[in-house]
Design a protein around this ligand. Structure first.
Ligand code: G3P
Length: 218
């Protein structure tokens, strides 16, 4: 399973990259706004910097919601760096745009996916990645993990090549369960990635090893 970080914060991206386990980055307009990145020139510079830090896939989302606008924007974004993946929302014109990008060889990530029906459309349109939003489904008292499971089953039965990118991850347990249920990729906040490190018995065990060493070595 690939590991992406879900942020536009350069320090967090660098910190995750230093672990040596990072395969890519996902951003969205909210994450870019959170970092105060605005204006075409700044947005362009920011994406280029992210792509320099991480050689893997970096999702950059279109703002347009009409076919023509999404195609223009997607071509522009994909021209910024070789590893840019154009992120397109799951709407009617978005599906048209995904199909067009597939035809012209631009890689895509279909975002804002909340059902297997949407996931089938994304796969049929040839999306490179499809992003089901686990945490936001859980927030509505439905089980986001059930969607991952059903999508993985459908994609395996149908032989779809689109990769399932579990998004809106909130915790290490989401990451573990996404892996168990067939996600190809997880995109996580840094906090969830670092949270995977933690186990109290590791801390207790390490403290004992160091104390025992000190007893005989001073
Ligand atoms: O990649 C989509 C993701 O950023 C959404 O996460 O936490 O805003 O639901 P969240």
């Amino acid at each position: 399973m690939k590991f992406f970080i879900d942020t536009a914060n350069l320090d967090e991206i660098r910190e995750a990259a230093e672990l040596g386990i990072l395969d890519g980055v996902t951003t969205n307009p909210s994450l870019m706004a959170k970092e105060g990145i605005s204006g075409k020139a700044n947005i362009e510079k920011h994406y280029k910097t992210i792509c320099e830090i991480v050689p893997g896939d970096v999702s950059a989302e279109v703002i347009s919601t009409d076919f023509k606008g999404m195609v223009e924007e997607g071509k522009y974004l994909s021209g910024l760096a070789e590893n840019i993946i154009v992120k397109v929302p799951m709407i009617k014109d978005g599906v048209k745009a995904l199909s067009h990008f597939t035809e012209i060889g631009i890689e895509t990530n279909c975002t804002l996916v909340f059902s297997s029906a949407q996931a089938i459309l994304a796969a049929k349109a040839g999306a490179t990645y499809v992003s089901p939003f686990l945490g936001r489904i859980d927030d509505t008292n439905w089980d986001g993990m059930e969607l991952i499971k059903q999508m993985a089953e459908i994609y395996a039965v149908q032989g779809y090549e689109t990769e399932i990118l579990a998004a809106s991850i909130r915790s290490p347990m989401h990451i573990v369960q996404a892996a168990q249920n067939g996600a190809d990729v997880v995109t996580c906040p840094l906090k969830a990635i670092l949270g995977m490190l933690y186990h109290p018995l590791t801390d207790i065990g390490l403290a004992k090893f160091l104390a025992d060493y000190k007893k005989v070595n001073g």
